[in-house]
Write a protein that binds this ligand. Sequence first.
Ligand code: FSX
Ligand code: SF4
Ligand code: F3S
Length: 388
Amino acid sequence: MANQRMENMSETYIEETAEAASTVANRLGINRREFLQFCAATATTLGLPTGAEAAIAKAVEKAKRPSVIWLHFQECTGCSESLLRAEHPTLEKLILDVISLDYHETLMAAAGHQAEAARKAAMKAHKGKYVLVVEGAIPVKDNGIYCKVGGHKAIDMVKECAADAAAVIAIGSCASWGGMPSTEPNPTGASSVGDVLGKPVVTIPGCPPNPYNFLATVVHFLTFGSLPAVDQLGRPKFAYGRIIHEHCERRAHFDAGRFALEFGDEGHRKGYCLYKLGCKGPETYANCSTIGFGDAGESNWPVGCGHPCIGCTEKGVGFTKPIHQTAVLRGMSPPASYPGIVEQQGKASFAAAAALAAIAGTAAGGAAMLAKNLGKQDAEQQPRQKGE
Ligand code: FSX
Ligand code: SF4
Ligand code: F3S
């Protein structure tokens, strides 16, 4: 898609973009074409029109790198790891080029009092202008004593650092809504950044989140001077506007009623839909199915690798619902038809299913119909698979 965007650009745009790109590419020691592709891919991820590549390239070239203070609390550091593991064109180079990472406990060379001093200095020098990124949940039970860094409680640190920040970004599900540390019975009272600060913040959920969603958010801030449009949970709409199920590569199998019923069964080996293994794609908002992870080629995301989505981005789903519990079919539009497999097996005619779908009419009706069909499929598929 990025290449297609490049082809659609006018020559002027290409020249402008190329000029800015040369500077950045030299600075990063990467190939200019790779950088241009990155700009095009970021514009595509953000849903920006053709031509925005030039603005992005120029912003990355010229904009003053915003100071970033990155705090770690209750988490596994997977968010930072995923940023550093991304490739093409070496995301960590880009991220460290577009931001000035002034405080990050895992990545900074300084330790102890020096690290503390670096945080204080950055806060003072960039008062009102720095971006605060928080990774990890914040324990609030027992006055917040369960997480301390340098003798300071997480709850105090986040409030202190947020007070003079230009923007606050909660990265990962832990910071966005509590994530894994908040799993019942949540002994430490692990809470989200928004809850602790008592105000909405931009959230990039996922455990870990897709690094491009973070980078695209930062690039948006750099290019337009503002954070991207968000939904009611603070999630950038460009990344979390759709449920995974809508663009899943296995969706045709779902619609046709072809499911894996056990790990390793014939349906699983054939790449059938993982809904009956507990896939939460139908109730999880994220772009995993469209942008994948780690630039390691097609299908590089949980479902693509054969594992049901556990809904790691979604509060109330990830780390909350049992893995094998089937998902709520959220926002489903009924498919135009219920083809194939049921009819072939002679249990229900296609015409009858289509007529019922037409009578049901609404999306909810469609979902109910679908659920009915799923039941039929189960009855059909089980003995067939056992017999094979
Ligand atoms: Fe880990 Fe981050 Fe999960 Fe949490 O990612 S990958 S536990 S979302 O805060 O480090
Ligand atoms: Fe894909 Fe899961 Fe939806 Fe099946 S249920 S189509 S595997 S997202
Ligand atoms: Fe998480 Fe599901 Fe995406 S488990 S990474 S939201 S496919």
